[in-house]
Design a binder for this molecule. Structure first.
Ligand SMILES: NC(=O)c1ccc[n+]([C@@H]2O[C@H](COP(=O)([O-])OP(=O)(O)OC[C@H]3O[C@@H](n4cnc5c(N)ncnc54)[C@H](OP(=O)(O)O)[C@@H]3O)[C@@H](O)[C@H]2O)c1
Length: 255
């Protein structure tokens, strides 16, 4: 399989890093010359990586083509390229729906949308896909796992959920700040909280059949400290603020 990337930025670097050394049978990886620094770094690190002459060279050299430019320039970049009928194209461009992409591509391509996360570099990223596509799902499964969406509505909901990453670190950061204000050294606060959060996340992944509400109760003694913190969070608008933020981001994702 020959894989190409139009747009050699942060997420392309993560995907290429994950693909090289994965179980995938990839013979060639072609990246666009921009960004020059990242393209050069990838070509130096990984023998299968070649820097294309230009974006069209990437399209021509790819069995599976990833579109990974920023949404602001997507129309201009995609509209200037000639695709092959039936070519497998994967757009990872945020907030740019299928109808728009197909309109710009003009050719009858086999288009999938995906939301890879930076963790694909370590082959631990979960990737949302729309619509379901066994071959593209297999690529992302090799980079972690996939959740295939049957509808645009499902896909948009996961796109909104992917915007929770900053809040995860934000809660970690705010909690660390509070511990520091109370007199704990920052390194100690972080050394305690980061593994605590990681263990909780691992528990949710491993106990996939257990409802999250049950996990919350299992980790909260009735009348205890954990129950008190969640009740305070919920009563004082924490859950409402979270749902409101997700609603707003969903609105933006839907365009
Ligand atoms: N980062 C993430 O975690 C993530 C996750 C999922 C989806 N995405 C989506 O993936 C896309 C890329 O995100 P990113 O974070 O990788 O952004 P990025 O780091 O800015 O990468 C985009 C790259 O596109 C290059 N570029 C600019 N003009 C170009 C052109 N005409 N032809 C080809 N390449 C061109 C830029 O090169 P220069 O530096 O030379 O301008 C830049 O390096 C976005 O649509 C984003 O929404 C990102």
């Amino acid at each position: 399989m020959r894989i190409g990337f139009v747009g050699t930025g942060t997420i392309t670097e993560a995907m290429v890093t994950g693909i090289v050394g994965s179980s995938l049978d990839v013979t060639d990886i072609v990246v666009s010359p921009r960004n020059a620094e990242i393209a050069t770094r990838l070509a130096r690190r990984f023998p299968p990586v070649r820097i294309a002459k230009d974006n069209q060279d990437v399209v021509d050299a790819s069995d599976v083509l990833f579109l990974a430019v920023r949404p602001q320039i997507a129309k201009e970049v995609i509209g200037g390229l000639a695709f092959r009928s039936g070519q497998r194209v994967v757009s990872v461009i945020a907030a740019t729906d299928r109808a728009k992409l197909l309109n710009w591509i003009k050719e009858d391509v086999d288009l999938t949308q995906a939301i890879p996360l930076p963790f694909v570099a370590g082959r631990e990223g979960v990737t949302a896909l729309y619509p379901p596509h066994p071959e593209i799902a297999a690529i992302f499964a090799a980079l972690g796992s996939t959740v295939e969406c049957e509808t645009k509505e499902e896909y948009d909901l996961l796109a909104a959920a992917s915007a929770l990453m900053g809040t995860y670190f934000g809660i970690l950061d705010r909690s660390t700040d509070w511990l520091v204000e109370k007199g704990l050294a920052r390194e100690k606060a972080r050394a305690y909280l980061a593994p605590l959060f990681a263990s909780l996340a691992q528990t949710a992944v491993k106990a996939e059949a257990t409802p999250l509400d049950t996990l919350r109760r299992e980790f909260s003694t009735p009348g205890g400290l954990n129950e008190q913190v969640f009740e305070d969070f919920d009563r004082n608008g924490g859950s409402r603020a979270l749902a409101g933020a997700l609603e707003r981001v969903l609105h933006r994702v839907r365009g």
